[in-house]
Design a protein around this ligand. Structure first.
Ligand code: PHE
Ligand code: NA
Length: 453
């Protein structure tokens, strides 16, 4: 059993929590959660999402950390070795390959949206410096989407930022970048929550978010809710597994895993509670949604708030930072694999991964302008990529992860990795969920997606 990884190690339990929370908390919470909640009618969707976090997300979070730490390598190699040790087929490494492919797809559109947040951060910075900033939020956003050049530029800036961190490796790059700015973003969200509570529409927003209208539930909605649970927790594509490989032995997996899940869920809920009162108070139809939701609604509030301009600048720049700490974890699995399995240095490997993801991302950029007519299964290109990656590939990856942790790894290994401090009842609960409940739930949802049930 390896006790360290060749890629380096997190220096402490806290360092892992910061990194894994940095991976989890990102655009998924503040950009995607509000907009897909609005598209899916609120309450019922949110409750199904929370249910998926608990029953599907939590057990898989533990499983990924366990597999990663036991293997101590990139997911592809860890899974191959662990499968071989267990006398199982080496084709389990296919799960790692699936994860790497999903990672490319997610990173490609993620970076485009992170580019939007950078663009907005700089618009406010310009305004602060006396220039023209966000004048008419809807027109500004439409204008940005129409400009392939501008979007490509910011998408590129963001990819360069990401590769800059990944190239320097675990301790010097990743850890330093994540442990500074996350708490600040949370404070800014709390300020926005305070503003939301004073709009006079807080009650309505709470109702929209948590009062379920079960008549709205459909197979498609459940697929979306589960996809969001995977996406927001960074699960199903071996990103957390990769971070787990750098987790020192002796750190309690249930403890760190639970912390990450709670932190991510808290940020999503606070973001929802902060954003919807603003959406409602400015007369935007909360069911209108769309990927532009935060970009067209929040600037209306920033225009009215005292200190709204510097606040808006800080908000969007810190959201870019949150996206940054997530995209780092999207690049790490493929980069670690290239370092292990080729002669490439970490820097070159990271550059190759970023170059490919950036190129793929152009499809998402053009889906709003040059290729806006293109439809794949009724969706525009970026939505189609989001759908295939988040709603299909991540759940399949999660299903295989659960099966691997529950059935392929021996009980001795998982008991050891989950730690003595985990009470027996909790271990049994994890094992039962991981072996039966979680895979069954994912299978049912995937079956509904295929129209089987
Ligand atoms: N969890 C991140 C977010 O919510 C996105 C992400 C998905 C990161 C998958 C890594 C892996 O923004
Ligand atoms: Na998230």
């Amino acid at each position: 059993m390896q006790t360290t990884s060749i890629h380096g190690m997190w220096s402490s339990r806290l360092a892992f929590i910061m990194a894994a929370t940095g991976s989890a908390v990102g655009l998924g919470n503040i950009w995607r959660f509000p907009y897909i909640t609005s598209e899916n009618g609120g309450g019922a969707f949110v409750l199904i999402y929370l249910f998926c976090i608990l029953i599907v997300g939590m057990p898989i979070m533990f499983s990924e950390i366990v597999i990663g730490r036991r293997g101590r390598m990139s997911p592809i190699n860890s899974l191959r070795e662990l499968a071989a040790d267990a006398g199982a087929s080496k084709s389990w490494m296919g799960l790692g390959v699936l994860g790497v492919i999903a990672g490319f797809l997610v990173l490609s559109f993620y970076s485009v949206v992170a580019g939007w947040t950078l663009h907005y951060g700089f618009l406010y910075a310009k305004e602060l410096a006396g220039g023209v900033g966000v004048t008419d939020p809807t027109a500004n956003f439409t204008g940005l989407l129409a400009s392939a050049g501008e979007m490509t530029f910011w998408h590129g800036v963001f990819m360069v930022m990401t590769v800059g961190v990944v190239a320097f490796g675990v301790e010097k790059g990743l850890e330093r970048a994540v442990s500074v700015l996350m708490p600040v973003l949370f404070v800014l969200l709390l300020v926005l929550l305070g503003y939301g509570m004073n709009t006079g529409h807080f009650q309505e927003a709470v109702g929209f978010l948590f009062k379920p209208d079960w008549s709205q539930v459909s197979g498609g909605m459940i697929v979306t809710a589960m996809g969001q649970a995977f996406f927001t927790l960074s699960l199903g594509m071996c990103a957390i597994m990769t971070y787990g490989a750098y987790l020192p032995s002796g750190v309690s997996v249930p403890r760190v895993g639970t912390t990450v899940v709670i932190a991510d869920t808290l940020v999503a809920v606070v973001a929802g509670l902060a954003i919807f009162p603003i959406v409602i108070s400015f007369g935007i139809d909360p069911a209108g949604g769309g990927p532009g939701l935060i970009f067209t609604s929040l600037p209306l509030a920033f225009a009215e708030m005292p200190w709204g301009i510097p606040y808006g600048m800080a908000f969007f720049l810190l959201l870019s930072v949150a996206a940054w700490t997530s995209s780092i974890s999207l690049m790490e699995p493929a980069t670690a694999y290239l370092v292990e399995s080729t002669n490439l240095s970490r820097k070159t490997a990271a550059l190759c991964v970023a170059g490919l993801a950036w190129t793929l991302g152009l499809a998402s950029v053009f889906s709003f302008n040059l290729w806006s007519e293109v439809r794949i299964g009724g969706r525009d290109i970026m939505s189609a990529i989001e759908y295939v990656a988040n709603d299909i590939m991540l759940p399949i990856g999660g299903l295989l992860t659960a099966v691997f942790a529950g059935w392929i790894l021996s009980g001795k290994i998982t008991r050891e990795e989950l730690g003595e401090k985990m009470p027996n009842w909790a271990y049994s609960a994890w094992l039962w969920l991981t072996r039966v409940v979680t895979p069954a739930m994912i299978l049912v949802v995937l079956a509904s997606l295929l129209g089987i049930i």
